[in-house]
Design a protein around this ligand. Sequence first.
Ligand SMILES: [Zn+2]
Length: 555
Amino acid sequence: MKRILSLLGATALLISMPVTGDSPSPIDPARMSAIAKTLASDAFQGRAPGTPGEATTVAYLVDQFRALGLRPAGENGGWLQKVPLVHNVAGVPTLLEVKFGASTLPLLVGRDINPQTVRPVSRVTITDAPMVFVGYGVSAPERGWDDFKGLDLHGKVAIFLVNDPDFEAGPNEPVAGKFGGRAMTYYGRWTYKFEEAARRGALAAFVIHETAAAGYGWNVAANSVGGTYDIARAADQTQPVLLQAWISREAAVGLLAKAGLDFEALKRQARDQSFRPVELRGARFSIDMPVATERVDSHNVLAELPGTKHPEESILFAAHWDAFGIGAPDSDGRTIRPGANDDGLGIAGVLELARAFSRMPRTERTLVFAAWTAEERGLLGSETFGVHPLFPPAKMVADLTIDILQTAGPSRDVVLVGAGQSDLEKDLARAAAAQGRSVTPDAKPERGLFYRADHFSLAKRGVPTLLLMGIGGGADLVSGGRTAGDAWVSDYTAHCYHQTCDAWSATWDLRGAAEDVDLLYRIGLELANSRRWPQWYAASEFKAVRDASASARPL
Ligand SMILES: [Zn+2]
């Protein structure tokens, strides 16, 4: 193994010679491989939050940061930030139905509905709650869109369509393109719908599953294996809805029909700005469901290199340390899902960045290195940082996140997930050009990958973000071109993503991955010694929240 690694190291030295006359990259693919190999080894047990694998992982990360001479940047002068989580497993409901006067429509778990709660409760009991269809349930002032029209949702069940109001719009409808066309905005995500329902005081929120609009089948939406996780919230914070559920399209059509409503007609209305919520006349929803609830204590790991001139201004480099832990055996009897790439390689990238910056003169602004927990449970480590920021988001210059890198060798381009969000994209293009490479936008923006990694927890707080995600689309590989890049993505996604097969391999070629990490090195270095504040573009749903803190940022 050692021989293979040093061979890789020698190759790395050769290929990192400058193409365009600038200095060689400080990011070493052999070291990245070694780090990912360690994180994916059996001792780490698949790095599930709150398990012995967490203790091993956190100790390893602290050792690495300390050895590099970084300073602890967690709570109370330490390396860690506590991330208390609520883990729930919903039991079989003893009652689950919608009454219409004397007639009753039962709902069957698995076939019709997947009812869940993320509140720390031992039972969900709702009796005879009125139901209201809220269309796409979008409140987007920057797009002149509000589906609620002041409706009070207290005590009600709100029923949402998934995706954005323009997802199914024809080219001549006024809404066409208002929400990025086929690309999904934040407003299209089911997480947004549940959050919006909670902000408006709803008792429960249902999202109607449709395969194209959701981006995956009912089997995925109906899957409740492992239960739900959420951050533990203080009493004075907005609480999540008591009940959240996907309902199947068939069940929704039947439910609406019982109230005298036509699903397709409602969808058409929901594509218009003048849409108003529609009550399901006579419908009364009830559920009685036991819940097994437990608290899981997990941790983010944070380190810093303080800035010399503007230490209160920070640039964040981040990845998630957690993976899926131990599960059912695969056909080879393997039970550990080691997350070697997802996101062992991201963590390797962050550690390589930390090493590179620790070996050079301190920058003017502070550099922060974060290893988040519980990304796979719903971006919960980064969300906890968002709720309890250890660095003020208003003075965070940028968040640069890595989640999965391609392992198929050098590439002519880097894939940008969520194009059109901020002028950090220009930094990315400039950095890529300096490497003699280019930037290609995410091939399938309708998947909404931009809202499905940890950088999103920072974006929501207004911090401009860039995400490197190896499954965003096939890279144009030096060997085999885009076809080979696409093949790598489909192969990894189909067989290894979140599975036992996401293991370290001696056959990985991380030269392209290291070049991708080098992009963040270049962008971070430039920002860290400049007075620039990257900007969200006007169409971004995150611009307004950033603008609200503009006075906190000196020019
Ligand atoms: Zn990941």
